[in-house]
Design a binder for this molecule. Structure first.
Ligand code: ARG
Length: 589
């Protein structure tokens, strides 16, 4: 386990040192190093510095070049334009750093020097309800962030804040009491997720119909809510049946998504019931919340309704009931005090942004959040259909997640079958790959656009072999594995003494950026930048294949070895990066 500094950071450091040597009064100035098309890197920082110190920029640049002195890694530095530096690193330096990365299990990615504890709230469907594409986004983005953060050394605690509480349970439980066999299953033994959801659905519809049409049932349902809240054992036991039944369904969907969810991390809204009273008491006593029209409210200067009147966050309703906000505030207290988190991340639909803004601000006023403990909403946009309109079935209903996953797998299986022209794969292999490609396609489509943007759910595009898709990346990986299998007695080995072709250099320099990309993605919660990095990596690989043959008989053995080394590191980087995104990389496709 050895962190490998990137070439860019090495060059950056050398430049910074040279800058302070050439211009001591500048202190530690940033040379502003960027990747460049002209050379490998360009440093633009000298211009601003010259301006500040009233020096001639080209002269200062020349002085910096002089101060750098000899360095194996730096092949050429030239002053260009008004005072830029163009920097070319040596081929040997590229291969040497890559060899150091290859020697490390973590591909040279360092651990964060100051890791903390992050509680991440994601994959939070609602009990007795079907999951929809919004729940998919939260699950996919959240799971990727968990992997990425853990990879950097952060302690991550997962919380699945499922919707398992609320007045609708009065109606559901009352209906079950009056129709006691509605949740029974015909089949003996294990119940499938599909079966569980369909009986919940039936029950939900039937109880809703009774509630809307039968005043007496409505009254009995309301009494049932009171019984549930006061902890009546029979009512609680029935509530638990709904939760358990729903979990069978949730877990089956997460399983299809190839995602591990642990029961201990499922702490739904009900998990904070015992804290609600105290949360409100603290808020009221400290003056953070005030009574207004019988309700306990928190007001904000910048949150107003269309009528210009302030819209408060209601922590306790005038009828004494608690809502979503009281639960979330209690969850913050729990996560900060009991779980000792210093960062709270919420992977939740952007349409809940106002709720979280008010909840976070309230928690700051109460002192639960502060400079040491911060909370962020990793807000995601809406999923649209291929036509750019809100995602609905032809009948105008919400698309069921399970149908969507099944369709993606079907699509992907067809693609895998089509691609396997020589019939090398068995039916079982085609089915397995179809799943890995289909589920990967859904995850990748979600992760490759910036989370805040709405995105179009277009299956044809998602499983396309060309373009920015997971399938393209999976094929890139499988192709490398196939070349390695065909390499005979040749093994990957780094040869820093060899000159590199332009496509090899480009691939190598991109590989060298992996650690920095991971660090950036972890710090800004932007998994789409990891997806973009991997896509560029695969694109560099495609160009490399065009220009450089690996197993050609014309190649001297060391060239074969060095190229095998490059593509092997590419495969490992693809594999690691995809794993962080929660996507499989099959060995053959
Ligand atoms: N169950 C909610 C929904 O389906 C999401 C919960 C988000 N997490 C939270 N702590 N409020 O919209």
């Amino acid at each position: 386990m050895a962190a490998v500094p990137s070439l860019a950071s090495h060059v950056q450091q050398r430049l910074a040192d040279a800058l302070s040597a050439a211009l001591p009064e500048a202190g530690s100035a940033d040379p502003l190093l960027r990747r460049s098309d002209r050379a490998d890197f360009q440093a633009n920082g000298i211009l601003a510095l010259a301006k500040k110190t009233k020096a001639n920029p080209r002269e200062l640049a020349a002085k910096v070049v002089e101060a750098i002195g000899a360095d194996d890694a730096l092949q050429e530095i030239e002053v260009s334009g008004p005072g830029f530096l163009n920097i070319t690193v040596s081929d040997a330096a590229i291969v040497r750093t890559l060899a150091a990365r290859a020697a490390d299990d973590r591909l040279g990615v360092p651990f964060n020097e100051h890791p903390g504890t992050t509680v991440i709230d994601y994959a939070q469907p609602n009990v007795a309800k079907e999951m929809h594409v919004g729940h998919l986004r939260s699950a996919v983005i959240g799971a990727a962030m968990v992997e990425i953060l853990e990879f950097t050394g952060e302690s991550v605690i997962r919380r699945h804040h499922i919707g398992d509480w609320g007045t609708q349970f009065g109606m559901l439980i009352q209906y079950l009491i009056e129709h006691p066999h509605e949740l029974d299953h015909k089949s003996e033994g294990e119940v499938s997720g599909e079966e569980a959801m369909s009986s919940l659905n039936r029950l939900y519809k039937a109880s809703r119909a009774a509630f809307d049409s039968d005043e007496e049932f409505k009254a009995r349902s309301r009494d049932r809510v009171v019984a549930l809240q006061s902890g009546d054992p029979e009512t609680r036991a029935l509530w638990q049946r709904f939760v358990d039944e729903s979990k069978i369904y949730f877990y089956s969907v997460f399983d299809q998504l190839d995602m591990e969810i642990h029961d201990a991390d499922v702490v739904g809204e009900s998990g904070y019931n015992d804290m609600l009273d105290e949360t409100c008491r603290i808020l009221e006593e400290s003056g953070v919340a005030v009574r207004s029209e019988g309700a306990l409210c928190v007001f904000f200067d910048d949150v107003k309704g269309p009528d210009g009147k302030p819209t408060p966050l209601i922590v306790k309703k005038s009828n004494g009931g608690y809502g979503y906000a009281a639960t979330d505030l209690s969850a913050i207290r729990d996560r900060v005090s009991a779980l000792k988190a210093d960062t709270l991340v919420y992977v939740v639909d952007a349409r809940q942004a106002l709720h979280f803004k008010m909840v976070f601000e309230t928690a700051r006023r109460a002192g639960w959040l502060n400079d040491e403990v911060k909370a962020v909403q990793l807000a995601f946009g809406t999923v649209l259909g291929a036509d750019g309109k809100p995602f609905k079935t032809r009948e105008g209903e919400t698309v069921r997640l399970v149908d969507l996953l099944a369709e993606a797998v079907q699509h992907a299986t067809a693609v895998v079958r089509e691609k396997d022209k020589q019939n090398r794969l068995t039916e079982a292999e085609i089915a397995e790959r179809g799943e890995q490609v289909g589920i990967g396609a859904i995850k990748y489509a979600d992760l490759s656009t910036s989370a805040t943007r709405d995105y179009r759910f277009d299956l044809d595009q998602m499983v396309s072999l060309n373009g920015d898709t997971s399938v393209y990346l999976q094929y890139a990986y499988a192709r490398i594995q196939s070349i390695k299998r065909n390499a005979g007695e040749f093994r990957p080995a780094a040869h820093p003494e060899l000159p590199l072709a332009p496509a090899e250099r480009a691939l190598g320099l991109h590989l060298d950026r992996f650690a920095e990309t991971v660090a950036e993605v972890a710090a800004a919660y932007e998994p789409h930048k990891l997806a973009a990095y991997l896509y560029q990596l695969a694109s560099h690989l495609t160009k490399f294949y065009d220009q450089c043959h690996v197993l050609s008989a014309d190649n001297p053995p060391e060239v074969v070895e060095n190229r095998l080394f490059l593509i092997d590191l590419t495969a490992r980087t693809l594999h690691q990066g995809m794993a962080l995104l929660g996507i499989r990389t099959p060995e053959r496709l």
